[in-house]
Design a protein around this ligand. Structure first.
Ligand code: EPZ
Length: 417
C-alpha cells in the first residue's frame, strides 16, 4: 500500500543521519549535461525525484551508474531528444533542463512542468530571462519548444529571486562566451551549491551567495567529483518534529550554516540546541512554547518548505500563532487534514492562518497530497493520542529517502504499509 501508520506519543530519543539535499542534487544532475566527461557525485539522496531526473538523463543518452554511495553520470553520449511527457509532467524539476539543454543542443521540447497543489508554479521568470539571452519559445501542440542559434550574454534582473529561474540562467550562461550579469538572483543554499559545483568543473561564477552573480562563459567544463550537502529541509523537518512529542535527538550532518532561521524558531519555542562539529543535539520541552508570528520568506528567512511542518507543530503549541506564507499561493492545504485530528485554525486570508494550540491532537486517517504537507501530517501524528494513518506516502518519498526509517531511529512508532 501507499500509506504510513503511526502510534503517537512516543517521545523521540536517538540520532539520525541527514540525507543529501534533494534541491541541491536535482539542478546539479541537470547541469551534468554541460560537462564533457564523468561527474562523480557523493551523498545523492535516493528519492523518487532523483530517480525521475536520472531516467530523463538516460533517455537523453547519458550513462548513469550507482556505485554504492557514489553516483557516476557520463553525458558524453547525450543527444538531443524529447523529454518523456509523463516524466516532465510528474516532476517540476524537469524545468532545470532548459538551461543546460539550450547551452548544449540549442533546442529542447518539453511538457510544461506540472504545477502542483501548492501553487500554479508559473515559469514566466525563466522564459523572460532566457529570451534576453536569445532564446525563442513557441507552444508546439501544447508542448514548450525552445530554440536558440547561439546563446548570448546579457545583463539580467529577476523581479523576484526565483530559485529555479536563477539556476536556469546560471546553467545557460556558464558556457556562453562573454559575461552574463544576474541581479535579483536567489541566494538559497542550493543555488550556492550549484555554483560551487560548476566552479569545481572550471566555470567562472562570482558573487556566490549574493543576489548579484557575474558569470563569465568558459569553453569547457571538466570532470569533477562533488559531494552533495545534507538536506536542510529534511533536517528542519526532524528538528521541528521533536516538538510534537518531546524528548531529544542528534541530527548527524545537519547543515547548520543553512538552518539559521529554523534553529532560531526552535529556540524561541523552547528547544535547547547544542552544536557539534558533525551535527546538532536538540532537547525539547514538554510542549512548544509561545510563538506569536512566523513569516515564510526567501533565504535566509524561514523556508516555505518548512511552513507546513511548523503549522503541524503549532497545533499543540502554547498560545496562538499567526503563520504567513509569502512564497506560494496555496500552501495551507493540510489544514483540513489537521482539523481531523482536532486542530484549531482560523483563516485570516489566503496567505495568513491563525493556529490556536490545543493540549493534544487525536490520531486520525489523513491524506497527503504533496511532499512537505505529507511530512507535516506525519509530524502531527507523532504527538497525537492513538493511531494515525496517512495515505499518499508516494508524495513524501519524492523528498525523503525513508521518513519511517529515520523517525524510527529517533524512537517513533511508525511503519510504512
Ligand atoms: C524551488 O522551487 C524548490 N524546488 C522548492 O522546493 C522551494 O519551495 C522553492 O524553490 C522556494 O524556495 C526545487 O528546488 C526543486 P521559485 P522553484 O521559482 O524553483 C513564483 C520542495 O518541497 N515564480 O523560487 O519552483 C512561484 O510561483 C519544493 O522541495 C513565478 O511567479 O521556486 C512561487 O510563488 C517545493 N514565476 C515563487 O516564485 C517563475 O517563473 C517561488 O518560486 C518562477 C517562480
Amino acid at each position: 500500500m501507499d500509506s504510513i501508520r503511526v502510534q503517537g506519543m512516543a517521545p523521540l530519543q536517538g540520532k539520525v543521519k541527514i540525507q543529501g539535499s534533494k534541491n541541491a542534487a536535482l539542478p546539479i544532475l541537470a547541469a551534468s549535461l554541460l560537462i564533457e566527461g564523468q561527474v562523480l557525485l557523493e551523498n545523492v539522496p535516493k528519492i523518487s525525484d532523483v530517480y525521475g531526473m536520472l531516467h530523463i538523463l538516460e533517455e537523453l543518452g547519458c550513462h548513469v551508474r550507482w556505485e554504492r554511495e557514489l553516483l557516476r553520470v557520463d553525458s558524453r553520449r547525450a543527444k538531443l531528444g524529447g523529454i518523456s511527457a509523463e516524466l516532465a509532467k510528474s516532476m517540476r524539476s524537469s524545468i532545470f533542463l532548459l538551461g543546460p539543454m539550450l547551452s548544449r543542443f540549442h533546442e529542447v521540447t518539453m511538457e510544461y512542468p506540472g504545477g502542483c497543489v501548492i501553487g500554479k508554479r508559473p515559469i514566466d521568470l525563466h522564459l523572460e530571462a532566457l529570451r534576453r539571452m536569445g532564446v525563442q519559445f513557441v507552444d508546439e501542440n501544447g508542448q514548450l519548444r525552445a530554440s536558440v542559434k547561439a546563446l548570448h550574454p546579457a545583463a539580467l534582473e529577476l523581479p523576484f529571486p526565483s530559485v529555479g529561474a536563477t539556476e536556469n540562467v546560471i546553467m545557460a550562461a556558464v558556457k556562453t562566451e562573454g559575461v552574463t550579469l544576474l541581479r535579483g538572483a536567489a541566494r538559497e543554499p542550493e543555488v550556492q551549491v550549484l555554483c560551487e559545483f560548476l566552479n569545481s568543473c572550471g566555470a567562472s561564477i562570482l558573487g556566490i551567495g549574493t543576489n548579484f552573480l557575474r558569470i563569465e562563459g568558459v569553453r569547457h567544463l571538466r570532470e569533477t567529483r562533488f559531494r552533495i550537502p545534507s538536506d536542510r529541509i529534511v533536517a528542519g523537518t526532524y528538528l521541528l518534529a521533536g516538538f510534537s512529542c518531546g524528548g531529544s535527538m542528534f541530527l548527524e550532518e545537519a547543515p547548520l550554516r543553512h538552518m539559521e532561521a529554523v534553529c532560531s524558531v526552535a529556540q524561541k519555542m523552547g528547544a535547547t540546541l547544542t552544536v557539534s562539529e558533525n551535527g546538532i543535539y536538540a532537547q525539547f520541552p514538554e510542549r512548544a512554547g509561545e510563538l506569536p508570528l512566523v513569516r515564510t520568506n526567501i533565504y535566509p528567512g524561514f523556508p516555505t518548505d518548512l511552513q507546513s511542518v511548523l503549522l503541524a507543530v503549532r497545533c499543540t503549541g502554547r498560545g496562538k500563532t499567526l503563520v504567513q506564507e509569502n512564497i506560494f499561493e496555496n500552501r495551507f492545504r493540510i489544514i483540513d487534514e489537521l482539523k481531523k485530528m482536532g486542530a484549531c485554525f482560523r483563516m485570516v486570508n489566503e496567505r495568513e492562518v491563525e493556529v490556536t494550540g490545543v493540549p493534544k491532537l487525536l490520531g486520525a486517517s489523513m491524506e497527503a497530497r504533496e511532499l512537505r504537507g505529507g511530512a507535516a501530517l506525519v509530524v502531527a501524528a507523532l504527538g497525537a493520542k492513538g493511531e494515525s494513518r496517512i495515505s499518499g506516502r508516494r508524495f513524501i518519498d519524492r523528498g525523503y529517502e525513508n521518513i519511517c526509517r529515520d523517525l524510527r531511529e529517533l524512537g517513533a512508532r511508525i511503519v510504512s504499509e
